[in-house]
Design a binder for this molecule. Sequence first.
Ligand code: FMN
Length: 159
Amino acid sequence: MPIEKNELRRIMGHFATGVTIITSVRSSGELHGLTANAFTSVSLVPPLLLICVDKKAESYPCFSETKVFTVNVLSSDQEALSRRFAVSGGAKFEGVSYRIGANGAPILEGGLAYIECNVTQEIDAGDHTVYLAEIQQAETPHEGKPLLFFRGGYREMGD
Ligand SMILES: Cc1cc2nc3c(=O)[nH]c(=O)nc-3n(C[C@H](O)[C@H](O)[C@H](O)COP(=O)(O)O)c2cc1C
């Protein structure tokens, strides 16, 4: 029998991760972003990474429409921003400092790193789609501690 959804989420939550906000843009120019920790570095040469996006997310159409996104790696003082982008809808970017990057997706102010990407492959995976993407440009604009997520809660690095 397949494992129950909430139990699977609880178990997966034991794998501590950093937290990102993945920003993108619709072909209409509308900006989108969602909090995400299903993010993995894949290849150094060529530079590839992957993200997994819920098919029910409002930002979901961005990735097949414009095929661009930016991974914003959050610092420990960006928990409120993470919470804001983890809720569907609303004016998520209102009052948020950002600039538009070379690929057209927003780069959020205050993150530890940002990674601008172009989607190269979409893999249908149950209730999510895996987007494999080529990294176009990346920077680490700020020093600081990362925002962490573990067992369903936000954490800060202990040292
Ligand atoms: C810590 C954390 C990690 C998350 N990781 C992902 C993820 O990797 N992929 C995803 O599709 N949703 C993820 N979510 C849920 C989305 O942030 C949430 O569904 C959000 O409302 C989507 O925004 P949208 O509907 O405006 O696109 C995560 C939420 C949290 C709090």
